[in-house]
Design a protein around this ligand. Structure first.
Ligand code: NI
Length: 414
């Protein structure tokens, strides 16, 4: 069916012809209310108790059996088609919010000081709920759909914990899909690429141990501050001198801590930061070079180092054939011209990478518009993700639900 997608958030000049599901009256308004309710009650990673209860209650109301407590607050629902047998597809949404103060003043702004849905996970959860409802009411496919509502995407690796708790053993998947809302692009557009799409996220904490002294008697010290500065400078040659120019990486030192007084050379200095890139071999090399430079530079100044490097999230690497399939589904909904199937990779990170390490699948970006849905926009202009004025655009709900539903139906039927 071909619908004219109309929503109050579309400016008149942007009526987009989309092949959306034929939603019964009231369904989208219900989803919108649900999304705003979740937005108003944000919860941090592993504390998504209210959200988890809400998701489980809705799934049960729609006749979908749920499994809880994987990853703490995670919720998994299984929708069995009427066609018997068949494959199993996983669809995943994240539920957590961020520890920041919302500055929006609209009615559905956060009711909790210091917590906010500034990354649109309220929308992800709602789109997957909408799809679960539709799929449960239709079930016109063979096989099974596993809907995965995941905690703690933002920093604590909820995906890894759900997998460690047995998610993929209990619910073996043939493929897995997810999406993230993406600001600054017109509603109705999607972005994706096969291969590396989002970077691996890693952090380091390097402590340089010297010997403190009176600042007026530097000859008695092993100055960790000067050593830290030398190390910080030299690390900047790794990306420019050691990496193949055809590859990319970011090495950002984001904190330098040392000392507490004007006239004291401290004992220690600490360098903290992040490394982002797409290839494991390049990452191995960066970690090795950082360690060598730190240890040898420290040795040259008679200091020592405690070198800690933590690999947090691997890169999101989309699988070729699942990406081609997802692109086909997207093109059938919004048209070829609205799907950028070769988008530039981003240095942002995403724990969906853990699923893609074990199950073929694809992660896509769904454009959130240019903030035309915000009536209090004023002179602020469009917001980025993690901005204190960010809000998921409800105009995406029918589009995202349609994408999830078509993915499932077509994957299971092919
Ligand atoms: Ni996010």
């Amino acid at each position: 069916m071909v619908n004219l997608a109309y929503h109050k958030a579309f400016p008149v000049y942007q009526i987009v012809l989309m092949n959306l599901l034929d939603f019964p009256t009231g369904v989208i308004a219900e989803l919108e209310a649900l999304r705003r309710d979740i937005h108003a009650h944000p919860e941090l990673g592993y504390e998504e108790h209210r959200t988890s209860d809400l998701v489980a209650a809705k799934l049960i109301e729609w006749g979908i059996p749920v499994t809880r407590e994987l990853g703490g607050t995670g919720v998994v629902g299984v929708i069995v088609g009427t066609g018997g047998g068949g494959k199993t597809i996983g669809l995943r949404a994240d539920m957590d919010a961020l520890p920041m103060q919302e500055q929006n003043t609209f009615a559905h702004a956060s009711k909790h000081a210091g917590r906010m849905h500034a990354c649109g996970h309220d929308g992800h959860t709602t789109m997957l709920l909408g799809a679960a409802r539709w799929l449960s009411q239709h079930r016109n496919f063979p096989g099974k759909v596993v809907v995965i509502f995941q905690p703690a995407e933002e920093s604590a690796g909820g995906a890894r914990r759900m997998i460690e708790d047995g998610l993929l053993l209990q619910f073996p998947l043939d493929a897995v899909f997810a999406m993230h809302n993406w600001p600054m692009h017109e509603v109705g557009r999607f972005g994706v690429r096969a291969g590396p799409m989002m970077a691996a996220s890693n952090s380091f904490r390097v402590t340089i141990k010297g010997r403190g002294s009176h600042a007026a008697q530097p000859q008695r010290s092993v100055d960790p501050v000067m050593t830290a500065v030398q190390i910080a400078q030299s690390w900047q040659t790794i990306v420019s001198r050691n990496i193949n120019p055809g590859k990319s990486a970011v090495l950002s030192i984001t904190q330098i801590h040392a000392g507490s007084a004007v006239n004291v050379i401290p004992d220690e200095a600490v360098l903290i930061g992040t490394v982002r890139n797409f290839d494991t071999d390049v990452l191995d090399m960066i970690e090795k070079r950082m360690r060598e430079i730190a240890e040898h530079t420290a040795a040259a100044f008679n200091a020592t180092v405690d070198f800690r490097f933590l690999r947090s999230y691997p890169a999101v690497v989309n699988h070729e054939s699942e990406t081609a399939f997802a692109v086909n589904v997207l093109e059938s909904i919004v048209g070829k011209e609205n799907v950028n199937a070769n988008m530039e990779p981003t240095m942002g990170a995403e724990d969906f990478a853990f699923y893609l390490e074990q199950v073929p699948g694809c992660y896509v970006f769904i454009a959130n518009g240019r903030d035309e849905h915000r009536d209090d926009l004023g002179s602020l202009g469009p917001c980025s993700l993690h901005h204190p004025r960010y809000d998921f655009n409800d105009a995406l709900l029918p589009i995202g639900v349609t994408y999830f539903v078509r993915l499932a139906e077509e994957f299971l039927r092919k």
